[in-house]
Design a protein around this ligand. Sequence first.
Ligand code: NAD
Length: 306
Amino acid sequence: ENEWTVLLPAEIHPAGPESIADIATTVSRDEYETREQLLADADRFDAVITRIEPIDREFIDEASRLRIIAKHGVGYDNIDIDAATENGVLVSNTPGVNSCAVAEHAITLLLAVRRELLRADRAVRAGRGDGYEVVTDEFGTDTVGLYGYGDIGSEVASLCSGLGMDCLVYDPYVDGSELSNYATNVDTTATLFERSDAVSVHAPLTAETRRDISRRELELLSPSGILINTARAEIVDRNALVSSLETGSIAGVGLDVFADGPPSQDHPLFEYENVVLTPHIGAQTTDALTQMSVESATDVRSAYDG
Ligand code: NAD
């Protein structure tokens, strides 16, 4: 009778739902054909476990029984926090459990772009003998600028140090004393971009970070500079990014995140050779998916227990 009903807007690893099977039944979003049908039934749910699917005000207002929105992951920019707060709905996330996965992915993108891996792969597949044209720089001499030094950014710094790269950090909420000894603090985005060979983005999407990386910053990167974004697309001004590639004012880009879901075939970034794109898979390792599922389910149990 006092069992909870938990909405899953997207499938998650079964370990989490199984761990709360004694107190909760999960319902897949797929059981509803339309958004209207889901909204009409919204007052059935005590909890939601969401990945990146939007949980907006309209749903929260309709969901009169809702007690918790558990984010499976870290960045909760897909959740209307104001609406949740006004309705007394808790919002939780699963900090730290995906930081190794995402940090490794950021480094993978950086190395692939620096050594032009995909261009070389395409040459082999096309049977072209132009391997000699793929002359790159070594990443071991790079200084990597980290925009954001939380769980993921600090993990990237430690991986960089293992690969011989130096790190600079721009994070207004972290002071120099909190940095590991292989990272150096800078005070402005301008300094970060001016002094780095590659910049990797690891901040949340907030009013402050939205389009904070603009034409001005990108122009300060050197022509051999690289931008890696595994955080949120909206932090970087996309038009500015495309025009930096067009004018050759940066050398390459690696992206795991896109503003409106997967990019369409006419996405302007597809025109450039040294761009590596992945479909938001930074946290998609078996370990991270299992842990995010279990942790978000544990958050639901805590809310259930009060
Ligand atoms: P975190 O909260 O541990 O760290 C975020 C850091 O960003 C903090 O140190 C914070 O002080 C800093 N920051 C805040 N505002 C800033 C600003 N204006 N400029 C620079 N730094 C700023 O979070 P995390 O676990 O490191 O994750 C970072 C982001 O990565 C998440 O918010 C999420 O959007 C994204 N993410 C992406 C994936 C993926 O699959 N690609 C997976 C997990 C997280």
